[in-house]
Design a protein around this ligand. Structure first.
Ligand code: DAT
Ligand code: MG
Length: 150
């Protein structure tokens, strides 16, 4: 099983979308293994968005992410990185397909509700930024034997 890092951004919190978003991941059959509600310190925002440090939008991205609490999660499942990205939708909510989280709940690219790691390598890196190594909990969901064929 793989793990990915998913984070509901401050606009998602302010708009009361936490329950709706978690429900979509749960209903898909993915397993929540870690979660924390917090306002991110600057250092971890910089680490999280390392690849975007030199982009013109970085300053506004950083202040948006730090503008309020975020809900940080680790989700587990077979091929979970790609599945989470497909539930989340395209980066720009105006281009995101209806039915995806960004397609259903966003308009501006700078207020796109949620983050999801883009590869297994990013997922490992991002989980490591935000969670202690022993923080994700190992357990079996009772419906795993019927969600997965093998
Ligand atoms: P994603 O979040 O889909 O992985 P990304 O890694 O390319 O997208 O960018 C990280 C975040 O930065 C994205 O969720 C919103 C913001 N962002 C990206 N491109 C942007 C742009 N052209 N203008 C403003 N914000 C942007
Ligand atoms: Mg990204």
């Amino acid at each position: 099983m793989d793990r990915t890092f998913v984070m509901i951004k401050p606009d998602g919190i302010q708009r009361g979308l936490v329950g709706e978003i978690i429900s979509r991941f749960e209903a898909k059959g993915l397993k929540l293994v870690a979660a924390r509600f917090e306002r991110l310190p600057e250092g971890r925002v910089i680490e999280q968005y390392q690849e975007h440090l030199t982009k013109p939008f970085f300053a506004s991205l950083k202040s948006y992410i730090m503008s309020g609490p975020c809900f940080l999660m680790v989700w587990e499942g077979r091929n979970v990185v790609a599945i989470a990205r497909s539930l989340i939708g395209a980066t720009n909510p105006q281009e995101a397909t209806p039915g995806t989280i960004r397609g259903d709940f966003g308009i501006d690219i700078g207020r796109n509700v949620i983050h999801g790691s883009d590869s297994l390598q990013s997922a490992d890196r991002e989980i490591g930024i935000h969670f202690r190594q022993n923080e994700p909990v190992t357990y079996t969901r009772i419906d795993e034997s019927i969600i997965y064929e093998y």
